[in-house]
Ligand binder design. Structure first.
Ligand SMILES: O=P(O)(O)OC[C@H]1O[C@H](OP(=O)(O)OP(=O)(O)O)[C@H](O)[C@@H]1O
Length: 202
């Protein structure tokens, strides 16, 4: 989608950012033992916390994603899980264009907090306006679909999902689009050996 809406140089910059994120986030089994959720060894994964928790990348990604959220006419973002928290904060840290409103953010809990304010979604999000779910990786779409269901169960309207990476060999995108959501990713990963490799989210 980006190549249809951006100038060639702006698109090249975005692809460059996606590639730099990929290079900084990539962890291979030669470097350290890594496993899937079932405990099976895997060849590689992307740990986006590494680039996202460095100040310069945090700010650069925040500016790019905030622009994408605003381009959709939305001003609320929510995140679910450790891959998403820095993204929400980075987006909120981007200065708004002159005259534009500030964005609002939220963190989604696995379960409603059983004490205190008893909230499922922390932060100042309004139920009167749509929310974009942000995450680092879209693979099977299970995590995003769960987050969307949690938001909806708490009375929020979710309009779309914005991620850093989309694993194109997996079905996450179509799964979310079937739920009426738009899906936008900074970088579509289309690795030739993708299905035989693994990520931290299989
Ligand atoms: O589309 P999916 O197949 O659901 O995969 C994507 C999810 O997997 C990763 O999180 P992970 O489950 O590894 O947990 P973490 O955020 O705690 O690291 C990633 O941060 C996404 O949230």
């Amino acid at each position: 989608m980006a190549e249809r809406t951006l100038s060639p140089s702006a698109y090249a910059d975005l692809v460059d950012l996606g590639r730099r994120l990929y290079a900084r986030a990539l962890v291979r089994r030669e470097q350290e033992p890594i496993t899937d959720p079932r405990g099976q060894p895997i060849g590689w994964l992307l740990d986006t916390r590494i680039p996202m928790l460095e100040g310069d990348t945090f700010r650069e990604v925040g500016r790019v994603l905030a622009e994408r959220v605003r381009a959709r006419g939305v001003r609320q973002v929510a995140g679910f899980g450790f891959g998403a928290y820095a993204l929400v904060c980075a987006i909120l840290s981007a200065p708004p264009p002159p005259g534009a409103p500030e964005l609002r953010g939220g963190f989604i809990r696995e379960q409603r907090k059983p004490y205190g304010r008893h909230r499922l979604v922390e932060g100042p999000l309004s139920r009167e306006e749509p929310v974009v779910l942000v995450d680092d990786i879209l693979n099977s779409g299970r995590s995003a679909a769960r987050a969307v269901a949690l938001l909806r169960s708490d009375g929020f309207e979710v309009c779309g999902v914005l991620t850093l990476f989309n694993f194109t060999w997996s079905s996450g995108r179509s799964r979310l689009e079937a739920e009426g959501l738009w899906v936008d990713s900074l970088l579509d990963l289309n690795l030739r050996d993708g299905p035989r490799s693994a990520s931290d989210s299989l």
